[in-house]
Design a protein around this ligand. Structure first.
Ligand code: KG4
Ligand code: ZN
Length: 359
């Protein structure tokens, strides 16, 4: 019979956070170390893959050491080593996955390769009571915006996802338009909180056809650009706008931020509502960096209340990319004796098998 308890060393490096955690029994976080690289990518207003993988290489060893020492354990105490293996930036994924596999090989421990987005879905289980299934899963981050039907922690079916930008990416681009340094999602959210209403800009809320649970955020982003800075035109071969972000008053920026946030959150809630009409669930599990957004949290609470179901929001530390959530998912695989071979490869795209497995 497979073990019911576990102590897992988990590693996350799919984008621009180098993270390691030690997680006991899937929910007890003994350590959770995150080294962000935001300062390295800020100048480019986005993650530069080559810079990200080099930074992961420099940071992975101290981050893993820190996770073990903070937890007060050694590699001998660990039952399995896990890492995200897809989706993400391939060079970034390779660093964390190779490090995890090397430890697993050297110490003869099982290796578990985890889907990063599925792991976000379980972040609300960390340091919390077990949830009631079935659940509706919503992941909203800088790279992903998707809805899932979940009958258990590993039985995950995709219902819909963004066909263009992720919501977090759209927040970051809107923030750049307002002159806020990348990644500006959190600061845009803070600005929007200063408004006493939903903002006066008339921005489109994407619906897609019929009861589609897919998302689209590129339209609202372009509409926001034009409404904020004016219609673009070419002058001497360069694209110029009527206004610059510096010319906007603080009150105007607050209004812009509130309007944009409201349009994005409306789209997220509308699709979640469609999913709730089609699936009878006991819980909503939300995860991803954008779940830190205060309006989204409030609106999800209202929605869950209306449907008389539990809303499970992760603690703020577990909304952003972290390795503890990788440990949460790896535990479910560990107790089922479901391990991956060391020949597992990393992939930039997800594979939508419904078992949360790497291969
Ligand atoms: O989950 P995460 O750390 O990384 C990905 O897997 O993408 O999410 C980061 C994203 C960024 O786009 C960031 O701007 C956004 O989450 N974000 C927010 C807020 N906090 C983080 N967006 C809107 N409001 C927030 N409060
Ligand atoms: Zn993520």
């Amino acid at each position: 019979m497979a073990a019911q308890s576990s102590l897992i060393l988990a590693i996350e490096s799919s984008c621009d956070e180098t993270a390691a955690a030690v997680v006991a029994n899937g929910t007890e976080v003994r350590s959770n170390i995150i080294a962000t690289q935001h300062e390295l990518h800020e100048t480019y207003a986005g993650v530069v893959p080559e810079i990200a993988s080099r930074a992961h290489l420099e940071r992975i060893q101290p981050v893993v050491r820190d996770a073990l020492s903070t937890a007060g354990v050694t590699l001998d105490d660990i039952d399995a080593v896990a890492s995200s293996v897809h989706p993400g930036l391939i060079g970034s994924l390779l660093v964390g996955m190779s490090f995890a596999k090397a430890i697993a090989f050297a110490r003869k421990k099982p290796f578990i390769g985890v889907d990063h987005v599925h792991a976000h879905l379980l972040s609300g289980l960390l340091e919390a009571e077990p949830v009631a299934w079935p659940a509706l899963g919503l992941v909203v981050s800088g790279g992903h915006t998707s809805l899932y039907a979940m009958t258990g922690p590993l039985d995950i079916s995709l219902l819909g996802r963004t066909i263009d930008d992720a919501a977090g990416e759209a927040f970051d681009k809107a923030a750049t338009i307002l002159g806020i340094p990348w990644p500006g999602g959190p600061q845009l959210d803070a600005l929007a909180e200063e408004a006493c209403d939903a903002g006066s800009m008339d921005l489109p809320v994407s619906l897609m056809r019929g009861d589609s649970m897919d998302f689209s955020f590129s339209g609202v982003k372009t509409a926001f650009l034009y409404a904020t800075l004016g219609t673009p035109r070419r002058e001497n071969g360069r694209v110029v706008y009527d206004r610059t972000a510096e010319a906007l008053s603080h009150a105007e920026k607050v209004n812009c931020a509130a309007s944009f946030r409201c349009a994005v959150v409306r789209a997220l809630i509308r699709k979640t509502r469609i999913a709730l009409k089609q699936f009878d669930v006991k819980t909503i599990l939300a995860g991803g960096g954008v779940v830190a957004n205060r309006l989204l949290r409030r609106e999800l609470e209202t929605l869950a209340h209306e449907h008389n179901i539990e809303l499970r929001l992760p603690h703020m530390t577990y909304c952003m990319d972290n390795a503890a959530m990788i440990g949460a998912l790896a535990h479910e695989r560990f107790i089922r004796g479901d391990f991956d071979s060391l020949a597992t490869t990393a992939r930039p795209t997800a594979k939508f098998s419904d078992r949360g497995r790497a291969s």
